[in-house]
Design a protein around this ligand. Structure first.
Ligand SMILES: *Cc1c(COP(=O)(O)O)cnc(C)c1O
Length: 482
C-alpha cells in the first residue's frame, strides 16, 4: 500500500495549529462544563502538522480516478464531464449559506430555483409535475412505486404485481419488492427488446405497473413503446420509466409522449452533477397529473404572495427526504440546463449516440456485440470468446486500468454473457474514443499472447486485485488502536 493511514503517521504532541499565548485568566474546564460531560481519557485522534495533513489527503486523492482525469466509459452510469460553472453557481453565498429552516420570505430565490428546475424537467420529460426530493435514482424509483401504490389503493385495490424485464437494472426489482409488490420477469426477445407475447401473458388486472428502461440497458430503443403503453393502460396498470439515464432522449423525444406515467431521472447522470463516492445525488421524479395528489410534501408552488412550500396534501405519500432534497446538486443541475437549452440538449444526445456507435463499430470484430444494431447512448459487447483462455470481462476491465482508462461496467445486463457495457457520453473528443478502442484491441492481442498479463492486472496501481465481495460484505471503515 502506498499512503499509510493518517493514524499511522501520527506523532504524539505534533500540532497542525499554533495559537498566541493566553493573555486572560485561565478558567478550569470543570467550571465551564458539568463533570458528567467530560471525557476521562483524551480521544485517540491523529496528531499531525498542517503539511502532513495536506500531503496525506493529496496523496490519497491521487490514488483515485475521476472524470477530471480521463475517459470513464462506465455503462448505464453516464460519467460525463461536470462543467465547473455548476460549481461556481452552487457556491454563491445566496445559495450555499442559506439555512433550510429559514422562512419562505427569506428564501424566495432558492424556492424560485426549485420551481424553475421543476418546470424545466417537466418540459424535458413531458411530465406534469416533478418532485426534486429523492436523493438517488433508487430512491426516486421507490417514491414512484409508492405513489403508484397509493394511486391504485385510492381506486380500492393496490394490486399485487409489478413486471420487470430480464435486462433491468437491479434496483428495479428491489424497488418493486420494497414497495410491497411481487416481481414478475418479462423476457427479452431475439432482438434484445421486450417480448410482446410474453408481456401479453403477464399483464392483467393484478398488474400495478411495468418498470421499463428505454433505451433499455442494451442501449436499444424499445420501438414498440406505444403498443406496450396501450397494453398496460387497457387494464388500468401504469407504465414506469427508469430514466436514470436520459442521455439518448434529451431534446429528441420525451417519456411523457411515449405513454409513461412516471419517470425518474438521475441529475447526477444526465444533468452533470457529480456522483461517485456515495453521493449526494438527486433522483428527480416526474409524474402525470392524475398522480400529483400523491407527491411527497412539501411541493413548491407559486402564489400571488410569492413562492411557498405547500404541505397540505392529504393524499401525499408523506415526506421522503430531509427538507427539499440535495439542494446544492439541484443548483448544479439547474445551471447545466440553463447553459444547454433545447439546442444544446439535442447536441448532447446526438453526440452521445454517435460516440457509442463509433466505438461499437470499431470494436465489433474483436468484441462481438450480441444484439448488434444501431444503438443509443451505450452498447453491450461480450468477452465470451476469451473464456477458452480463462479470461473474463472482469480481467479486461482490470487491464484497462493499466492503460489509464476507467473500465466499463461488466457482467450487466445479465442477459449478455461476459458483458462489457460501454457508454462514452458526449463529452469525449474522438481522440479519447480512439485511445480507448486501441487499448481494447491491444488487450485482445495480449490475451492471445500472454493471458496471465491480463488475468493479474492491474500492474500499475497501489493495490491490485481486491476481494470486492468481502469489501461489501464485511465493510470495515473504522480504525482501531493496535
Ligand atoms: C444508475 C441507475 C439506477 C440507480 O441510480 P442510483 O442513483 O445509483 O440509485 C437505476 N437504473 C438505472 C438504469 C441506472 O443506470
Amino acid at each position: 500500500m502506498g499512503e499509510p493511514l493518517i493514524f499511522e503517521k501520527s506523532v504524539p504532541g505534533r500540532k497542525g495549529y499554533s495559537l498566541p499565548d493566553l493573555d486572560v485568566p485561565e478558567v478550569p474546564i470543570a467550571e465551564l462544563m458539568p463533570a458528567e460531560y467530560l471525557r476521562k481519557d483524551p480521544p485517540l485522534l491523529p496528531e499531525l502538522s498542517e503539511v502532513d495533513v495536506v500531503r496525506h489527503f493529496t496523496n490519497l486523492s491521487r490514488d483515485n480516478y475521476g472524470i477530471d482525469q480521463g475517459f470513464y466509459p462506465l455503462g448505464s452510469c453516464t460519467m460525463k464531464y461536470n462543467p465547473k460553472v455548476n460549481e461556481d453557481v452552487a457556491r454563491f453565498a445566496g445559495f450555499a449559506a442559506l439555512h433550510p429552516l429559514q422562512p419562505a420570505q427569506q428564501t424566495q430565490g432558492a424556492l424560485q430555483l426549485l420551481y424553475q428546475l421543476e418546470a424545466a424537467l417537466r418540459e424535458i420529460t413531458g411530465m406534469d409535475r416533478v418532485t426534486l426530493q429523492p436523493a438517488a435514482g433508487a430512491q426516486g424509483e421507490l417514491v414512484g412505486m409508492l405513489m403508484i401504490r397509493a394511486y391504485h389503493q385510492s381506486n380500492g385495490n393496490p394490486r399485487r404485481k409489478v413486471i420487470v424485464p430480464d435486462s433491468a437494472h437491479g434496483t428495479n426489482p428491489a424497488t418493486a419488492t420494497l414497495a410491497g409488490y411481487e416481481v414478475q420477469v418479462v423476457h427479452s426477445n431475439a432482438d434484445g427488446l421486450v417480448d410482446l407475447d410474453d408481456l401479453k401473458h403477464l399483464v392483467n388486472q393484478d398488474t400495478a405497473a411495468l418498470m421499463l428502461t428505454n433505451p433499455n440497458t442494451l442501449g436499444l430503443f424499445e420501438g414498440d413503446i406505444l403498443k406496450i403503453a396501450e397494453m398496460l393502460h387497457s387494464v388500468g396498470a401504469l407504465l414506469y420509466l427508469d430514466g436514470a439515464n436520459l442521455n439518448a432522449l434529451l431534446g429528441l423525444c420525451r417519456p411523457g409522449d411515449m405513454g409513461f406515467d412516471v419517470v425518474h431521472s438521475n441529475l447526477h447522470k444526465t444533468f452533470t452533477t457529480p456522483h461517485g463516492g456515495g453521493g449526494p445525488g438527486a433522483g428527480a421524479l416526474g409524474v402525470k397529473s392524475f398522480l400529483s395528489p400523491f407527491l411527497p410534501v412539501p411541493v413548491v408552488e407559486k402564489t400571488e404572495k410569492g413562492y411557498v412550500l405547500d404541505d397540505r396534501r392529504p393524499q401525499s405519500i408523506g415526506k421522503v427526504q430531509t427538507f427539499y432534497g440535495n439542494f446544492g446538486n439541484l443548483v448544479r443541475a439547474y445551471t447545466y440546463i440553463r447553459r444547454m437549452g433545447a439546442i444544446g440538449f439535442r447536441k448532447v444526445s446526438t453526440n452521445a449516440i454517435l460516440n457509442a456507435n463509433y466505438i461499437r463499430k470499431r470494436l465489433e470484430q474483436v468484441y462481438p456485440v450480441p444484439y448488434n444494431r444501431f444503438c443509443m447512448h451505450e452498447f453491450v459487447a461480450s468477452a465470451k470468446r476469451f473464456r477458452d483462455r480463462d479470461v473474463h470481462a472482469w480481467d479486461i476491465a482490470k487491464r484497462l486500468i493499466d492503460y489509464g482508462i476507467y473500465p466499463p461496467t461488466v457482467n450487466f445486463p445479465m442477459i449478455v454473457d461476459e458483458a462489457l457495457m460501454i457508454e462514452p457520453t458526449e463529452t469525449e473528443p474522438k481522440e479519447n474514443l480512439d485511445r480507448f478502442c486501441e487499448a481494447m484491441l491491444r488487450i485482445a492481442k495480449e490475451i492471445e499472447e500472454d493471458p496471465e498479463l491480463v488475468k493479474t492486472a492491474p500492474h500499475t496501481r497501489t493495490v491490485t486485485r481486491l476481494d470486492e465481495i468481502r469489501a461489501v460484505k464485511e465493510l470495515n471503515l473504522r480504525w482501531k488502536p493496535a
